[in-house]
Design a protein around this ligand. Structure first.
Ligand SMILES: CCCCCCCC(=O)SCCNC(=O)CCNC(=O)[C@H](O)C(C)(C)COP(=O)(O)OP(=O)(O)OC[C@H]1O[C@@H](n2cnc3c(N)ncnc32)[C@H](O)[C@@H]1OP(=O)(O)O
Length: 173
């Protein structure tokens, strides 16, 4: 039986154009004091020049509630010389499990993200992030993932996450 795999979008999600609906946070307590668009705002993984940062494509399986990301981290994402920065890995893990949660549950936000970094990821290598929805409890979606080499011989990272569906009765971010 063939399983439908939907291409979410090549080279990241979103158009790459600046968003017009962001809020500006000002003041010592960082509370939003005035709503105004940030014309330069753009999706974080899309914020670096092509080929230098996050190069990725995501695929979502609606039947199995799984999202797969093929990722190549470019030279601007270096942490320890020759290897990807842990924050860059966390960004793409959050984005992949987030995509899985959004396509399953709609408007959600990351409430918790736990990552075990098992092996360093060589800069500019291609890795696969496999995520799946584990369970739903009320507004809570639990999504886990692993990061592996293309040949599946190397396990680079594992993560678990909790996403919470936004409550329309509460103030949305
Ligand atoms: C497509 C693109 C994908 C992009 C992916 C990237 C997504 C992101 O990075 S989002 C940015 C990072 N996340 C944030 O900034 C979120 C900040 N946190 C918040 O806004 C809120 O805490 C939010 C929305 C997560 C939950 O708030 P709220 O709706 O008030 O939920 P609340 O009523 O407190 O809790 C709901 C349930 O979740 C549980 N819960 C909430 N937070 C946590 C937590 N951190 N750990 C464990 N459980 C939690 C509560 O215990 C409660 O459980 P139960 O229903 O069993 O009693």
């Amino acid at each position: 039986m063939s399983i439908p795999i939907n291409l979410v979008r090549g080279r990241g999600v979103g158009s790459g154009r600046p968003r017009q609906d962001s809020l500006c946070l000002r003041g010592a307590d960082s509370k939003p004091v005035k709503e105004e668009p940030l014309s330069q705002a753009r999706l974080f993984p899309r914020s670096l020049e092509e080929g230098l940062g996050f190069e990725y494509a995501m695929f979502h399986n609606q039947v199995e509630n799984r999202t797969v990301c093929i990722l190549q981290g470019g030279p601007y994402l270096q942490g320890i010389p020759g290897f990807l920065h842990g924050g860059a890995i966390a960004t793409m893990i959050d984005s992949t499990v987030g995509m899985c949660a959004v396509l399953t549950g709609g408007a959600v936000m990351t409430a918790n993200l736990n990552i075990n970094f098992r092996r360093p990821i060589p800069l500019c290598s291609v890795v696969v992030i496999n995520s799946q929805l584990d369970k739903i409890e009320g507004r809570k979606l639990f999504v886990s993932c692993n990061v592996q080499s293309l040949d599946e011989k190397t396990l680079y990272s594992e993560a678990t996450s909790l996403f919470v569906k936004l409550d329309p009765k509460k103030t949305s971010p």
